[in-house]
Design a protein around this ligand. Sequence first.
Ligand code: DQA
Length: 139
Amino acid sequence: MKKICIINGPNLNLLGTREPGIYGNQSFDAYFSTLQQQFSEVELSYCQSNIEGELIDHLHKVGFDYDGIILNAAAYTHTSVGIGDAIKAIETPVIEVHISNTFSREDFRHQSFITPHAKGLILGFGLKSYSLAIQSFLE
Ligand code: DQA
């Protein structure tokens, strides 16, 4: 069974209530159950933190024996050299995802410290971005 971990960064614990016009009105917990049903052949795990160092710790923890990591580093995408370096330091490939199309938003969201080290980037498809990322690890 393939092992894939989803790591969500700051403020994504508020999905469902946070700016629903941009991020939708479903909580990530509810969506995660849907993903588990959709990909029952995959061992899926999920964690979320608002703390940059905890996200780095989690990348280190899963980054050597998982088959794939799906990372939405949220606002840290645009600021964190440390998360970018962590992706470089681990072996498991990372797919960067975003719920919104960050390129149609403010200029500061066009910069990513993740993309140069990621296997690929999926953004702008709402929560479906995560499902597309899982599919890409299975093909
Ligand atoms: C986000 C986009 C980021 O710019 C923002 O800071 C987020 C969420 C997204 O999934 O669309 O918190 O990563």
